[in-house]
Design a protein around this ligand. Structure first.
Ligand SMILES: Cc1ncc(COP(=O)(O)O)c(C=O)c1O
Length: 385
């Protein structure tokens, strides 16, 4: 049977494949970026209450009012403009859907969107489904700084948008004010839209501050700010994301979302609103626990010779493995580590348009319980020291 050309380049997500393989061979799964612990008890209770109390039908397409109100409150403070829950917010089925809707909203057939690489694997397929394409702008290890000259050099007459992910998966970079202000100049010069993916905005280390690109005055009118609840509240399976944008962009995002998924799961939206009401204690504890996880896992990587820059944000470590097995490429190393050492990670190639760029790198996700990380570290030490 004929299938549309756009689907022929869609393959099973390598990250999700690694999870599947890890489960089948008993490896400690540090591949896919999800916590192996539950959301806060109060949020689980709110979900059960929502199910029991009649929140079981479609919500307003762009989100349950109470959740949009909480999001608007949060983003008024974060972006510094008067975010209106009725006009500027769209709740989606995860950040994945929000990014796709943003692309549908701003990209026409044949348009180009710049993407900072290494990059999360969802952006390329989202562009493909919009009949557009990504143009990579590479960030170099080990520092992964944003080089705006490279951004400017990648612009063509078809460039419509740039996708910025901060805190950044997989490098762990948190782009600073200097980098983003320089980026804003290029964006204005070429009249681009900025689509941001800020799903890790609460997972920061060493007192670092998250700068939301849409909070820069120059970018305010041209930024679609995307975030999600999955990582912050350990609920990746609940599929809750959102987009915040000025009216003309928000209308276009909502239109795409309406006809893709109608709405996100209503009872979970109600519980998501409860999650956003958790106070500073929750967020302080979240950060303290991630500091502990980072220290435990990244110091073990240092010790066994997997060379990784400790992340500034998010919960990944991108490591160079050449001191251990220079004879293997990233895919072969990933399989070797899974089968011989019992630890699952993700090959570097997944994050680049040109797989060769990821040849010496693998990514570990350390959003795991201490016991899980201890087990992974014990296996790495036993095999590699
Ligand atoms: C940078 C980034 N964006 C988007 C996603 C997907 O988000 P969601 O599960 O909310 O669709 C992930 C998940 O790992 C991610 O790391």
């Amino acid at each position: 049977m004929h299938v549309a050309a756009r689907t022929q380049h869609l393959r099973e997500s390598v990250i999700r494949e690694m999870t599947r393989l890890a489960l089948s061979c008993g490896a400690v799964n540090l591949s896919q970026g999800f916590p192996d612990f539950d959301p806060p008890e109060a949020v689980l209770a709110a979900a059960v209450a929502a199910l029991r109390n009649g929140h079981n039908q479609y919500s307003v397409s762009w989100g349950l009012p109470v959740l949009r109100e909480r999001l608007a409150q949060r983003y008024r403070a974060m972006l510094g403009w008067d975010v209106d829950p009725d006009r500027h917010v769209a709740v989606t089925c995860g950040v994945t859907e929000a990014v796709a809707c943003a692309f549908f909203a701003v990209l026409d057939r044949g348009d180009e969107v710049l993407v900072l690489e290494p990059a999360h694997e969802t952006y390329g397929p989202a562009a493909l489904l919009a009949d557009a394409k990504i143009v990579p702008v590479v960030l170099d290890p080990p520092n992964f700084r944003l080089d705006v000259e490279r951004v400017a050099a990648a612009v063509t007459p078809r460039t419509r948008a740039i996708l910025v992910n901060t805190p950044h998966n997989p490098s762990g970079r948190v782009f600073d004010h200097v980098e983003l202000a320089a980026l804003a100049e290029v964006v204005l010069r070429h009249d681009l839209v900025v689509v941001t993916d800020e799903i890790y905005d609460e997972i920061l280390y060493d007192g670092r501050l998250h700068v939301s690109p849409g909070s820069l005055e120059a970018l305010r009118e041209r930024t679609i700010t995307i975030g999600g609840l999955g990582k912050t509240f350990a609920m990746t399976g609940w599929r809750l994301g959102y987009a915040i944008a000025p009216s003309s962009l928000a209308v276009a995002v909502r239109g795409a979302h309406d006809f893709l998924t109608v709405c996100a799961a209503t009872p979970l939206q109600a519980a998501g609103a409860a999650a956003l009401e958790l106070g500073a204690d929750y967020f302080n504890r979240l950060r303290a626990e991630y500091h502990e996880r980072r220290a435990l896992f990244c110091s073990a990587l240092d010790e066994v010779g997997l060379r990784a820059q400790w992340p500034q944000g998010a919960y990944y470590a991108m490591a160079d493995f050449t001191e251990i097995r220079a004879d293997l490429d990233d895919l072969a190393f990933t399989h070797w580590l899974m089968n011989e050492v019992g630890v699952a990670c993700v090959p570097g190639r997944v994050f680049y348009s040109d797989p060769a760029r990821g040849r010496t790198q693998v990514r570990f996700a350390f959003a795991k319980r201490t016991e899980t990380l201890h087990e992974a570290v014990a296996r790495l030490r036993a095999a590699l020291l």
